[in-house]
Design a protein around this ligand. Structure first.
Ligand SMILES: *Cc1c(COP(=O)(O)O)cnc(C)c1O
Ligand code: SF4
Length: 426
C-alpha cells in the first residue's frame, strides 16, 4: 500500500471526491477557509462508506459542512470567495470568525506552569500528579477532525500555539514537583512524529533519571486514523516505534496509549486489529477515550457496541467526554441530560469489563466535572443533576458530589444553576 497524505490544497485530486456534487465541494472549500481541513487516503479509502457519505460518521468527522459554521459567518466567507477577494482579505475575515469561535475553552492557557520564574509554554500542569507536554513537532494530526477542540493549533496564521522544544525544562520541572508522576504527550497527535524524534525526548527523560516519573502516556488518534504507525509491513518506521514502546516498558515505566475513538466503524478493518496487537505485544496498554458527538455517535447502541468491541480487542474503555464549547460545537453538542441517558443506556448492556469507562465529563475551568446522575425529589418532583469533579485543580475538591438544578437543554456546567444560590435568592 502506498501511503500518501492529502490536505485541503489538493483535495480535488482525491478520486472519491470527484463524485461529490459541486455544491458540496464548494461548501467544503468555504468552511475550510475557517476550520482546518485535512484528510488522508486511509480514512478516505477504508473508513468512509461512500455509498452513504452524508450520514457516515467518518465522513462527517473528516469533511466540513456548512452547518459547522454559524449561518451568518458561512455567508460572509461565501460572499468573500464568490467576490474573488484576495487571499489575505479572506484570511482576515476567517481570523475574525475563528476568534469568535472561542478558541481557548476552559482557560487552557492559564494552566501554563513556570520554571524558575519563566513560563513553560509547551506544558500544561493543571492536576497535581500529571503534566501535559505539547512537543513542537507533534502539533498536527494525521487528519483534522471536524469537532476538534485543538483546532486553533492547526491554524498556522494565528499565534495561539502551545509548544516548546525543550524537554530538558520539562525534566527539570518534574524534579521540582515531587507529586508529578505522569507525563502525557499530546498535541495535535504526538504519533505524527517520527520514532526518532520521540526517542530523543524519551532518551532525555531516561537520562534525567526522574524518580517520580512512573507513567508515560501518548494521546493519539493514529491507532484508528493512521494505523500504519504501528504496522511494520507498510511503514519502515513502525518497528522503531514499537521498539521504542518496548524500551519505555522495559525501563519499568507504565506506558499507556490513550487512543481517541469516535465510532466503532473505526475498528472495522484488520489494519486496526493488527496495530492493537502490535502495541499490546510491547507491554503497553491501550485506554480509549471519546467525546459524545451529535451527528456522529449520539446513540446508546453505538457506544455499547464500541465499548464492547474495544474490550474484545484488548483495550480499556476510559473516558466519555462532553464536547467542549469551541469551534463548531453547536453542530456536535449533546445536552447533558441526553448525554447521561445515552451513557446509562449504553453501560447497562455492556460487559462488566467495559464498565471501566467514566460517566460523561466536561473538561471545565476548575476540572473534569462528571455528570453522576439525575435525581428527582419525590416530595415535589424537582429535578437535579448530581455532579462531581473527578479531577479538580485542587485535588481536595474532587469526589465531592453536589447538586445543580436540572436543565434539559444545558450543554455545559456553566449553564446550570447551583442549588444554594437559589435558596439565598428566595
Ligand atoms: C484530562 C486531563 C488530564 C488527564 O487526566 P486523567 O484524569 O489523569 O486522565 C491532564 N491534564 C489536563 C489539563 C486534562 O484536561
Ligand atoms: S486526532 Fe485528535 S487532536 Fe487531531 S484533529 Fe482529531 S481530535 Fe483533534
Amino acid at each position: 500500500m502506498k501511503i500518501i497524505s492529502y490536505n485541503a490544497k489538493n483535495f480535488r485530486q482525491i478520486e472519491y471526491m470527484k463524485m461529490l456534487p459541486e455544491s458540496v465541494k464548494q461548501e467544503i472549500e468555504i468552511v475550510a477557509k475557517v476550520l482546518p481541513f485535512k484528510a488522508n487516503n486511509y480514512v478516505i479509502d477504508y473508513l468512509i462508506d461512500w455509498s452513504n457519505y452524508e450520514t457516515d460518521p467518518c465522513y462527517i468527522l473528516t469533511f466540513p459542512n456548512r452547518h459547522m459554521l454559524p449561518e451568518e459567518d458561512y455567508n460572509k466567507v461565501k460572499w468573500a470567495v464568490e467576490k474573488g477577494l484576495p487571499e489575505h482579505e479572506i484570511t482576515k475575515i476567517a481570523n475574525e470568525i475563528r476568534l469568535s469561535l472561542n478558541p481557548h475553552p476552559a482557560q487552557q492557557q492559564s494552566n501554563i506552569p513556570q520554571l524558575n520564574g519563566t513560563p513553560l509554554p509547551g506544558v500544561q500542569h493543571k492536576y497535581r500528579d500529571i503534566a501535559l507536554f505539547f512537543p513542537t513537532q507533534g502539533q498536527t494530526c494525521h487528519a483534522n477532525c471536524t469537532f476538534c477542540f485543538r483546532w486553533p493549533q492547526f491554524v498556522k496564521d494565528l499565534d495561539l500555539q502551545f509548544s516548546m522544544k525543550e524537554i530538558d525544562q520539562v525534566c527539570e520541572y518534574f524534579k521540582q514537583h515531587e507529586h508529578l508522576h505522569e507525563l502525557l504527550f499530546t498535541g495535535g497527535d504526538p504519533m505524527i512524529m517520527s520514532p526518532r524524534t520521540i526517542s530523543k525526548y524519551i532518551d532525555t527523560i531516561f537520562k534525567a533519571d526522574l524518580k517520580n516519573l512512573t507513567t508515560i502516556r501518548f494521546g493519539t488518534k493514529s491507532l484508528t486514523w493512521w494505523p500504519f504507525v504501528f504496522l511494520p509491513q507498510y511503514n519502515d518506521e513502525a518497528q522503531e516505534m514499537l521498539d521504542l514502546f518496548k524500551r519505555i516498558v522495559d525501563k519499568g515505566i507504565h506506558l499507556s496509549i490513550m487512543a481517541h475513538f469516535n465510532h466503532y466503524q473505526e475498528m472495522s478493518n484488520s489494519a486496526v486489529a493488527e496495530a492493537i496487537e502490535n502495541i499490546r505485544a510491547t507491554g503497553a496498554e491501550i485506554r480509549t477515550q471519546s467525546p459524545l458527538l451529535n451527528n456522529i455517535n449520539a446513540s446508546a447502541d453505538i457506544w455499547a457496541k464500541m465499548w464492547d468491541q474495544q474490550v474484545n480487542m484488548g483495550m480499556v474503555p476510559y473516558y466519555m467526554f462532553i464536547e467542549r464549547e469551541t469551534g463548531p460545537y453547536e453542530y456536535f453538542q449533546v445536552p447533558l441530560a441526553k448525554a447521561y441517558e445515552i451513557y446509562t443506556d449504553a453501560i447497562r448492556v455492556t460487559s462488566s469489563l467495559a464498565k471501566t469507562v467514566t460517566a460523561p465529563s466536561m473538561s471545565a475551568a476548575k476540572g473534569k466535572a462528571q455528570v453522576m446522575g439525575i435525581i428527582e425529589n419525590p416530595l415535589n418532583g424537582e429535578k437535579y443533576f448530581q455532579i462531581q469533579y473527578i479531577r479538580h485543580r485542587d485535588y481536595n475538591q474532587s469526589y465531592k458530589p453536589f447538586l445543580m438544578h436540572y436543565d434539559e437543554k444545558a450543554t455545559w456546567i456553566d449553564q446550570l444553576k447551583p442549588v444554594e444560590l437559589q435558596l439565598q435568592n428566595q
